[in-house]
Design a protein around this ligand. Sequence first.
Ligand code: FES
Length: 319
Amino acid sequence: MSLINVKVSKVTHEAEGVRSFLLRKTGLFKLPAYEPGAHIDVHCGEGIIRQYSLCGDPSDRNHYLIAVKQVECSRGGSDLMHLSVQQGDRLEIGSPRNNFPLDLNASHTVLLAGGIGITPIIAMADHLQTLGRSFELHYFSRGQEHTAFRKRLLSGSFAARVSIFEGLDVIETKQKLSAILESPKRQTQVYICGPGPFMETTENLALDKIPASDVKLERFGTNLAVASGPTAPFRVELARTGTTLDVGAEETILDVLEAHGIDAAFSCEQGVCGTCVTRVLEGEPDHRDSFLSPKQRRANQRICLCVSRSKSPKLVLEL
Ligand code: FES
């Protein structure tokens, strides 16, 4: 996919450890159109590519807005964006992709965000407001200083539909989410984005009340505890050629494919973006990504080649 050159036209402190970057086009052509929920690959420098949701105005084809949280266990991307990237710098980005599209057939939409998960959610709220749709937005953050886009949420055109919950503990958060999801209206759809534990709690509560097809999630950030779990060698067979390759304890499937000159699409290499997802024809994957849904994991028909491993001695992949 060809890359797009942009210039960082503004950097804003949005909350403790969160900076937004307004990226302006540099060429004659407008930036590619996108819909709420979309993200872009950002080439942060030093060969590191990270995915960030677009959280600005989709009708502004001259700019993209992203927000980046500096994470403690950064594998380089968020540190580079916070410590190296400055106003006036040039960056390369990919075209928008959308793994978290908004379905406009819902009679009511409940948007639930935790922490930096507000980024795709705020874009959805803007869009629903513009279209005059029925929706509500609930945003959970660790405290006021951690609430990104606070002013935009509380003084914007949809402020009356926004609830912000700051500084709740785990039990209080669960109680609040239970109350929000207690009596959903007919044909309600729920969109959830946030850190892993928030996603799990919210998804489970939502699935108690709402059909799974109406509960949509976007996961982000590597679950390091899972991604770095025990490793053991295994074997992969590539169904198209019958080639068999050994994956050592310290290698990923993607490493081994690359080492043998076999092309496989990838981007984040963190199990987040879904670019490397491949069909599994035989064997039981050991899922370590943050991209596939629990239902997709249970089905064991797809695997993220960049982080996931195998519980069975061999996996047969559609490659
Ligand atoms: Fe992003 Fe594997 S490359 S999930």
